[in-house]
Design a protein around this ligand. Structure first.
Ligand code: ATR
Length: 271
């Protein structure tokens, strides 16, 4: 809310952006209220990103592929569901496009955030292969199956074995964490296998944004690698949602300032 509110204020747009704590039973009525009370739209977060799909009138291609909606736009009573998380991943990595293209990528995790990440990396960067590393192999297999059929330029693999993951890490240009390992309260942990290492030539993205510098990013810095923090994805998905709601360009600098301030504040008040 802080970044959307600051952006709306900056552009002097007459909207309010607020938060609602929702019970599962409330969800259908709440989505219907977007129409009846003339809301411009909504962002949807865990655990409702999948559950809202049958409640909207139309779902974008990206939301369909990701099986999740994080943004709903109300077009005169017609609700359209989008997924802007993939755009957040694209924005986070756009600078490194050439290095990712035709190379190897390792993605830790196989939840909703992993799906959006695998989708975005395959669609926008066409790597040679993507290896999904996850504790529960079955969850990773589903992503591999779904995306293998869709993206022909990229080969998809998965593993839950440390050794296989370490070997693949050695030849990857990009390493991404999409698991909650490293997020508060697991802030001292990182998702890498025990005997693995990061190289100076690699790019490391952690989509965890709290803390801003995760244990994984600390390791990557130490190794001399280039790093991207989760705040970029947070801002990128928000920017796309803002543009869908208002048809205005998102004032990124202001939003970034506000988000960083909030994160520093949350860090101070918890430590
Ligand atoms: P989201 O939708 O936000 O991505 P999620 O669906 O709960 O959240 O996915 C969390 C991811 O983090 C999963 O890949 C999960 O692994 P499992 O599929 O084995 O559950 C991973 N994860 C969460 N906690 C973990 C931990 N302590 N160690 C390893 N992986 C973990």
């Amino acid at each position: 809310p802080a970044m959307h509110t600051a952006a709306l204020k900056k552009l002097e747009l007459d909207y309010d952006y607020g938060v609602m704590d929702v019970n599962p039973e409330m969800l259908p009525n709440l989505i219907a209220a977007l129409r009846s009370l003339n809301f411009r739209g909504a962002n949807i977060t865990v655990p409702y990103k999948e559950k809202v799909i049958p409640l909207v009138d139309e779902v974008s291609e990206e939301a369909k592929m990701n099986g999740a909606v994080n943004t709903i736009v109300n077009n005169g009573g017609r609700l359209v569901g989008y997924n802007t998380d993939a755009h957040g991943v694209y924005i986070s990595l756009a600078y490194y496009t050439e290095e990712i293209k035709n190379n190897h990528v390792v993605i830790f995790g196989a939840g909703g955030a992993a799906r959006a990440t695998v989708y975005a990396v395959a669609k926008f960067f066409s790597p040679k292969r993507i290896m999904i590393v996850n504790r529960t192999l079955e969850n990773a297999k589903i992503i591999v199956e779904d995306f293998s059929a869709k993206f022909r330029l990229t080969k998809f693999f998965c593993t839950n074995e440390h050794e296989v993951a370490s070997r693949e890490m050695n030849v990857a240009s990009l390493i991404v964490n999409t698991t909650s390992v490293g997020m508060k309260p697991l802030a001292s942990l990182h998702p890498l296998p025990p005997d693995s290492s990061i190289q100076a030539s690699q790019i490391v993205l952690d989509i965890v944004y709290n803390p801003m510098e995760t244990a994984l990013l600390k390791l990557a810095h130490k190794a001399g690698a280039r790093t991207v923090g989760g705040i970029e994805m947070l801002l990128g998905q928000g920017a796309k949602a803002f543009e869908l709601f208002t048809h205005n360009e998102f004032p990124m600098h202001i939003a970034r300032e506000v988000v960083i301030k909030e994160l520093i504040h949350s860090h101070r008040s918890h430590s």
